[in-house]
Design a protein around this ligand. Structure first.
Ligand SMILES: *Cc1c(COP(=O)(O)O)cnc(C)c1O
Length: 396
């Protein structure tokens, strides 16, 4: 009861003080000068975050709303698209595309693995009527990072729009939209952006805009060309989520002042901290390679009830971890390391995980796992983000 609740989940996440105070600001009217001024600044900063010269549109909805907006604005019924299903969120793309009446070709990947760019190249070569590729940058249900840069090298030279769900990647690991040749990048506020849920952000490449402009709107609320026209006047088409945008102004200030390089470096180091910690505990990550930088999925030892582990962590240690989805329910624990969390929160998380596992089934790990985790974190802060630490370190 007297513990501080630690949200180590892949969204929502803890929020920094500057953002919480910004969220509490007085209301301004979304059609007046006060709003236009700060919204214009937010727009410029969003372009830096997304790595694009194009507009970044805010939408009042969770991340799935932006996924819906993309499917309904960029594709007409009966068009053929390729969806990479490597987890729960890949499946969501398929569900939305089918509801829109698209002809969906599924590329299924075992959960815990990343798609290979060659497999996408092959699928596109086999069927030149495919007009879009849908995938996640980071598949949050498994903790996998897909090689989207390599995929974009294929799609940018074809008449195929690459539509990326970057909900657990934007602000967490690099995904420079223009440089990599991505057509659609979207995210939600409650993952890497240090904000509460309820705001989605989305950017389109010039050729994706051409496509959107050529189609009849598929849906009244999510009309992207209409949103873009309003954005030129520093407004949104319908009433803006004023407080969330004030919070976004503060969170972008925080992230951009630190520098995106430093943000990604921190995320990489936290990933190394958690992976080393679970390794030292004798546990295995679900994603052996191609792992994402905002969460780590941990396989539970046989015979341990995952639900019980989560309940003990929450009730006795005030650490909120996430479980698995679908067939991974009860079989993995997902440790979120995105949002306003730092090394100390994750040491607490590792300790809570170890104690909860022990209480749930007699599991016992190594004694100095926290020191090892911390040593990896510090070593990772010194290397180029994405560089594997020497194997000797991980084994020691
Ligand atoms: C969280 C998440 C979603 C779902 O977002 P909502 O905000 O719950 O709609 C979709 N895709 C990915 C990759 C996510 O991490």
């Amino acid at each position: 009861m007297l513990n501080k609740l630690r949200l180590l989940t892949p969204g929502p996440t803890p929020l920094p003080e500057s953002v919480r105070l910004a969220l509490a600001k007085d209301m301004v009217h979304h059609r007046k000068a006060d709003f236009h001024q700060f919204f214009a600044k937010v727009q410029e900063n969003l372009k830096l975050l997304f790595g694009t010269k194009e507009e970044v549109l805010p939408l009042s909805c969770s991340g799935t709303g932006a996924m819906t907006a993309v499917v309904y604005s960029l594709f007409a019924p009966n068009e053929k698209v390729l969806v990479v299903e490597a987890g729960k969120f890949g499946q969501r793309w398929s569900e939305i595309c089918r509801l829109r009446g698209l002809n969906v070709v599924v590329l299924e990947i075992p959960w815990g693995h990343a798609v290979q760019a060659e497999d996408i190249a092959k699928a596109l070569a086999n069927d030149c009527s495919i007009r879009g590729v849908f995938l996640q940058v980071s598949e949050t249900s498994t903790g996998v990072l897909h090689p989207v840069k390599e995929v974009a090298e294929i799609t940018r030279n074809l008449d195929v729009l690459l539509c990326l769900d970057g909900i657990s990647a934007v602000g967490i690991s690099p995904c420079p939209m223009d440089e990599w040749g991505i057509d659609v990048l979207l995210t939600g506020s409650q993952k890497g952006l240090l904000l509460p849920p309820g705001l989605a952000l989305l950017a389109l490449s010039p050729r994706a805009w051409d496509k959107a402009n050529s189609l009849e709107p598929g849906c009244f609320y999510f009309n992207l060309p209409a949103e873009r026209r309003k954005l030129a006047q520093h407004e949104t088409n319908f009433t803006s989520p004023v407080n969330l945008l004030a919070g976004l102004e503060a969170s972008l200030d925080l992230l951009l002042k630190a520098g995106l390089e430093a943000v990604y470096r921190k995320q990489w180091a936290l990933t190394m901290l958690v992976r080393q910690g679970i390794h030292a505990l004798g546990l295995e990550p679900l994603a052996a390679t191609n792992y994402t930088w905002g969460l780590t999925s941990v396989k539970l030892p046989a015979g341990i009830d995952g639900k019980k582990v989560l309940a003990i962590a929450q009730e006795q240690y005030a650490v909120c971890l996430a479980g698995g989805q679908d067939h991974l329910k009860g079989r993995i624990v997902r440790i979120g390391h995105m949002g306003w969390v730092d090394w100390a929160d994750l040491l607490a998380g590792l300790y809570a995980l170890k104690q909860s596992l022990q209480q749930a089934g007699g599991f016992s790990g190594s004694r100095d796992y926290l020191e090892k985790a911390m040593a990896s974190y510090q070593a990772a802060l010194l290397v180029e983000p994405g560089t594997e630490l020497p194997q000797v370190m991980l084994r020691s």
